[in-house]
Design a binder for this molecule. Structure first.
Ligand code: ADP
Length: 238
């Protein structure tokens, strides 16, 4: 039996003739924080979409908490934030959070929602404002708030910090650290190596359709005899 929260075995995915993932394998243990990095177009979002069964895979297998990823209940422990998060434009912040929690079968808590909005510095008025009036950063924070309020145990976040200003990034990172401290499993993609170094137990460098490196950020620097993770990353994808 595999104890991994997420088990990806020789995953292959092509779009037409373009092979995007060429046999990607990865195991994520409970409570682990994992950062996926790679150039634009490396296949990070494709990998996440495969895990969530948003697209058919061409080879290999994926298990979530021991269940084949195509089983709808396999995704029950998962909270997901897409790369370009767009809430339904006709819902207010409060209605969106309520909607997500209802879908998850979770009770809505006004106190918890207000506390999360406060922690992410989302103005209280956003509870009643329609999502279509939100700024990009506020929209992103609403998506994160809904994820973080869920009782999921595996958080899959596609570039969670993109489009956020420095204060928002710091607040989100604080929440992600708290998530990790509470024993949740975190898998996120990022272009910011400093964030990966700060938040992740392990990282993966996706390049040429393969995970060229999997391990701790410190091991990455050591492996590529680099003093910074950026230099190590450049050597890895050279
Ligand atoms: P990343 O998230 O690392 O930037 P993506 O997974 O979005 O990379 O894309 C990987 C590659 O697959 C890119 O070359 C992209 O153009 C291509 N791709 C992604 N989605 C589709 C799609 N639905 N149809 C065809 N090609 C796609």
């Amino acid at each position: 039996m595999n104890a991994a929260v997420l088990h990806i075995d020789r995953l292959a995915k092509s779009y037409g003739k373009q092979a995007v993932l060429r046999g990607v394998s990865l195991d994520l243990q409970a409570g682990e924080s994992f950062g996926l990095v790679g150039m634009n177009g490396a296949g990070k979002t494709t990998l996440i979409k495969c895990v969530l069964d948003f697209c058919a895979v061409d080879g290999g297998s994926i298990n979530i908490a021991g269940l084949p990823h195509q089983a709808p209940h396999a995704r029950k422990p998962v909270a997901y934030l897409p790369e370009s998060f767009m809430p339904p434009y006709y819902l207010s912040g409060r209605e969106f959070v309520k909607y997500i929690l209802e879908v998850r079968g979770q009770p809505y808590s006004e106190a918890a929602t207000q506390a999360m909005f406060n922690a992410l510095d989302i103005e209280p008025a956003a509870l009643t404002k329609l999502a279509r009036t939100y700024s990009k950063g506020m929209t992103q924070k609403l998506g994160l708030a809904a994820c973080l309020l869920s009782d999921a145990s595996l958080f899959i976040l596609d570039e969670p910090m993109s489009g956020l200003d420095p204060k928002a990034r710091a607040l989100v990172k604080r929440q992600l650290s708290a998530l990790k401290a509470s024993g949740k499993t975190l898998f996120f993609s990022s272009h910011v190596l400093a964030d990966v170094e700060e938040l992740c137990d392990r990282m993966g460098i996706l390049h040429g359709g393969e995970l060229r490196f999997i391990g701790a950020p410190s091991d990455c620097r050591e492996k590529f005899t680099a003093s910074t993770l950026e230099d190590a990353y450049l050597s890895c994808i050279a």
